[in-house]
Write a protein that binds this ligand. Structure first.
Ligand SMILES: [Zn+2]
Length: 236
C-alpha cells in the first residue's frame, strides 16, 4: 500500500496471493471515495480499504476499470458495487452515448473524468484525476502485455484517450493495473510468473500513451503484436 498523496492510495495485491498482482486505486474526495477495482479476491481488500478510510466521513463507491475476474474478484467483500456490464457502468456514471461520451464524477472537492475505452474487455474505463493529473488506465495501458481481443475498438479508444489528454488534460503519470514487463526494454515475464525479479516500475510517462496511439495508427486495421520498451500489444 502506498499513499501517493494524502487522498490517493495505491494498493497492490501481493503476487504470492495471485500471479496477476493487480493494482487497486482509492481516490478520496470530501464526500465520496472511489475504489477502482477489487483484485482477484484472494486477499482481504476490505480490511485494507477500511483502514485507509478510517476517520474519514465519506461514502465508498466501488467501480471497475473493466469486468475481468482479476479486477472484480473481491466485489463480494463490499456492500454496494457498480455493475460490470456496459449498461450498468454507463447508467451509474451517466454516460448516455457509449463509448464516445466523457463524463465527470465529483467526489467532493475532487473531480474525475471518466472515459470509456472498450477494446480489452468491453466495459473498460479510464479515469483522469484533475487534482493529481493521474490517468488510470486499467488493463488498456500498463507496463505489460496489453491483450486486445477487439482491435478496432481498442484503436479508437486509445485514440480518443490521447485526444482527451491533448485537449488540455495534462498527465503526470499513466497508472495501469498490472506489471508484466521487466526493467529490460521490451522484455516481459513468462505468463503466470508469480515472482518478478527486476520489475518495471508501475508508473508510465504520459509520452507512453502517445507512443501507443502512434503505434496502433501505424499498425493499421490488421491486428499485430507490437513489442515496445514499456509494453507489448498482444492481439488475441
Ligand atoms: Zn487484469
Amino acid at each position: 500500500m502506498h499513499w501517493y498523496d494524502e487522498r490517493t492510495a495505491i494498493v497492490r495485491q501481493a503476487l504470492r496471493t495471485n500471479f496477476e498482482g493487480p493494482f487497486v486505486y482509492l481516490l478520496i474526495g470530501s464526500e465520496r471515495a472511489l475504489l477502482l477495482d477489487t483484485g482477484t479476491g484472494h486477499a482481504d481488500l476490505r480490511v485494507v480499504v477500511d483502514e485507509l478510510l478510517a476517520g474519514r466521513d465519506v461514502e465508498l463507491v466501488v467501480a471497475h476499470t473493466h469486468g475481468h475476474g482479476d479486477h472484480v474478484g473481491g466485489d463480494g467483500q463490499f456492500d454496494r458495487v457498480v455493475g460490470r456490464s456496459v449498461e450498468e457502468v454507463a447508467a451509474f456514471f451517466g454516460i448516455t452515448s457509449w463509448p464516445g461520451e466523457i463524463v465527470s464524477l465529483d467526489l467532493g472537492e475532487r473531480v474525475l473524468d471518466v472515459i470509456p475505452i472498450p477494446g480489452h474487455e468491453g466495459s473498460d474505463l479510464a479515469v483522469y484525476d484533475r487534482e493529481t493529473r493521474l490517468l488510470l488506465t486499467g488493463d488498456s495501458l500498463y507496463p505489460g502485455r496489453l491483450y486486445v481481443p477487439d482491435w478496432p475498438s481498442y484503436r479508437s479508444s486509445i485514440r480518443r484517450l490521447a485526444e482527451f489528454v491533448a485537449a488540455g488534460n495534462p498527465v503526470e503519470w499513466v497508472l495501469g493495473a498490472h506489471i508484466e514487463m521487466t526493467d529490460r526494454p521490451g522484455e516481459d515475464y513468462p505468463m503466470g510468473a508469480d515472482v518478478h525479479a527486476d520489475e518495471h516500475r508501475l508508473e508510465l510517462a504520459p509520452e507512453t500513451l502517445t507512443e501507443l496511439d502512434e503505434a496502433l495508427a501505424a499498425a493499421g486495421p490488421e491486428p499485430g503484436r507490437l513489442v515496445h520498451d514499456h509494453f507489448v500489444v498482444f492481439p488475441r
